[in-house]
Write a new protein. Structure first.
Length: 72
């Protein structure tokens, strides 16, 4: 916590900040805020999607892969 309080991230245009992994949401990661949603995102996407892509085109929402199945 001490280290986190000493540093901050400037998102800028968001092209160099990872949407799912970096601490860009008030010093927290998406996994820290919503671990259940994070588990529905493919692992390789965690390391590819930038904040610019995730917010600009709403691609972050589309990264969430939900296995919908039902029985009748």
């Amino acid at each position: 916590q001490v280290f986190d309080s000493l540093g901050s991230i400037s998102v800028g245009d968001g092209k160099k900040i990872l949407f799912w992994c970096d601490r860009w949401i008030n010093g927290r990661t998406a996994s820290g805020i919503a671990p259940t949603i994070m588990s529905a995102v493919l692992t390789h996407t965690h390391n590819l999607r930038s904040v610019f892509q995730g917010l600009g085109s709403h691609r972050g929402e589309l990264d969430i892969v939900v296995n919908l199945s039902f029985t009748m």
